[in-house]
Design a protein around this ligand. Sequence first.
Ligand code: CA
Length: 521
Amino acid sequence: MCPTMLRVKRQLTIIGTALVTLACGLSGPATSTDPAKPNIIVFLVDDLGWQDIAVPLTEVPTAFNLRYRTPNITALAAEGMKFTDHYAAAPVCTPTRTTLITGHSPAATHITNWTQREGQDTSAPYPLLLPPGWNVNGVSPSPMDHAFTSPLLPVLLREAGYHTIHVGKAHWGAVGTPGADPLALGFDVNIGGTAAGQPGSYLSEQHYSSGTEQGRFRDVPGLDKYYNTGTFLTEALTLEANQAIDNAVATGRPVFLHFAHFAVHTPIEADDRFMQHYLDMGLPPVEARYASLIEGVDKSVGDVLAHLDHRGLTDNTLVIYMSDNGGLAAHTRAAPVHVQNAPLRSGKGSGYEGGIRVPMIARWPGHVPAGSVSHVPTITDDIFPTLLEVAGVLNRDALTADLVGRSLQGLLGGADDISPDRPLLWHYPHFWGVEGPGIEPFSALRSGRFKLLFFYTDRRYELYDLDTDLGETVNLLSSHPADAARLSGMMRVALERAGAQLPLDPETREAVELPPLLTGR
Ligand code: CA
């Protein structure tokens, strides 16, 4: 049977399933083959760096592009659009994740750092500045707990008829708070998601647990049937995700799958299915293990996409692949540190590009031109309005009116309706706790080719031209005073508009002043 015939046959099977579902009185408002309600799959890979795929995001493939084997991501890019200048909303996990489901930037949510236990400020201590009174508990189902009142993405998609599934790392709310449970945040199904920012272990022999009382909250729940089967966590989640897709199809509703892999976050454990190749390359053991985590995610993406094809859903599904912050480069990796995202500077936790620039690839047959490339700077903030538009959420204009993010639906179709000069803001008023370039309290703003950083400890500005200096090596503050002044004004406006919380003076406990407006002289 030819592939087209196979696809028609699969779609008939699915329509048949939907009809049976209707007859049983279990129908939703739309079937998963309704073009007005495309299925949406977001792969959010944890700590995946800009260089951690085989797809080059630079003109010439880099050594890292050549190191990592990600054939399924390469195929995804060939069938869709790759974004060379996509950014995470924050240089660490939780703020980017909460931006994705709230639509609001970390500066606006006041969820500016990673969360752990209820009431716990995870900011590292430092004598020169104190962190502001940020929302240490993260996202909550109750608007009363937030600096914003708009509904969460999974709630809105569920109201729009979607069957909403979370798989993997959640990390939206602290241990002991309602926001720790994805089911409280609008998901119909939760597989493995808790307050934990990392798994206790990726290994089935360890029961996906650190095995310590202190680390008990990192146990990945609900995977008992995989214990001692040799099933790596990445694979167990993939099998569960595909089963969840089948269950979603049976409901007759379009599916929103938020598949947030624990990989490639620490603990950097070996995915033995993929280790030998990297050991044969002569990589240091930790780098071989890291590469095996990357390739495990690639296989997962391939398996889910193959399953979509098998169910006849490929043509009516938007797939987005991205990361929540830059690649880990400050610790745990093989020496030398801070170079794991080269040619970008530094890594996770930093205001430099290595901390925030991440891969993004989108595929949507018939909507996104195959093999296309976008150089327009985009950011996690854009995903919420994008998905509301894709899903046809009726009151999306009102819901997105006060957001800085923009729907990427036009851009995905090849339109140039988003200016490359629009300002993108990052705000991280914390010490992450690890030494490294740009790993200190900062605000940053990109507009077009220029990026301005402000570091709060010594109140210094740095300006870089990312078109000519991707590695942020030459500070143009003195040579380009007019550009620095222009961006400093944009940064102040963006911070004030967001209601950003600034670090505190340790003596007065008052917020420090906004970054100064530069004069241009
Ligand atoms: Ca992360």
